[in-house]
Design a protein around this ligand. Sequence first.
Ligand code: FE2
Length: 291
Amino acid sequence: MIDLAPRRLRSDDGHLSADMRASFEADGYLFLENFVAAAECDRLRARALELVEEFDPAEHRTIFSTTSRAHASAEYFETSGDKIRFFFEEGAFDARGELQQPKALSINKIGHAMHDLDPAFEAFSHTAKLRALAKNLGVRAPQIIQSMYIFKQPHIGGEVVWHVDSTYLYTEPLSCIGFWFALEDATMENGAMWCLPGAHRIPLKSRFVRRNDTLVTEVLDDSPWPEGPRVGLEAPKGTLIVLHGQLPHYSGPNTSDRSRHAYALHVIDGECRYPADNWLVRGSRLPLRPL
Ligand code: FE2
């Protein structure tokens, strides 16, 4: 497999040149260095750790795993679309069900509506700069449908298998775009992402949907992803990686001593239809709003 380096770009105010937009069209991603100030990264990281501190792990020991899908049946996950909830790493518990390391080093991620429910995350997520970026990417009525704080913990941070985000956030026509912020340096050792540039033109292979009150993956095309070339997205703290909703991406396990905290937002176009069988639902008390 051939590995490539990302094309490193800059946008200080969210505006994109014609060349940058062409780059996104061609590759399906944008790598924007220094998009977020280091102090802002630190503030968000500190707030995430506060939220974890306030969370009682005895309540919900739901493990988030993309390999087992065991979490998918858990009501805790299914109803998290309009809440702030906490999901453990697969390797967090021992055989007796006890945490093997401190709580703050056991959580896989927090999701999926802190961008609307927590003041610190809301302030980070709803900015003129991000709105300008979404508009420059062609989203007519950008709305944040999902937020995730991803810890990628030292030693136990699990892999996230190759997937595209439109599988999980489907609109007609497709409109999902991911904003992935490196809050700490992401390196090959601590589980940086990989992507298959240009593969966002491949038609959607699956959808993750509600069927009879359970979540299932409906396969539309079971052919494998292309072999490559792939881009290794090693990202210094403060980098924003924009991912087209149909761009295949992956991240390996974290085998290092260092965490790889990231914050991810997923934006859809409010002018597209969001079918009711999407896994992520929001109650009437928390309607989607403009970015
Ligand atoms: Fe993803």
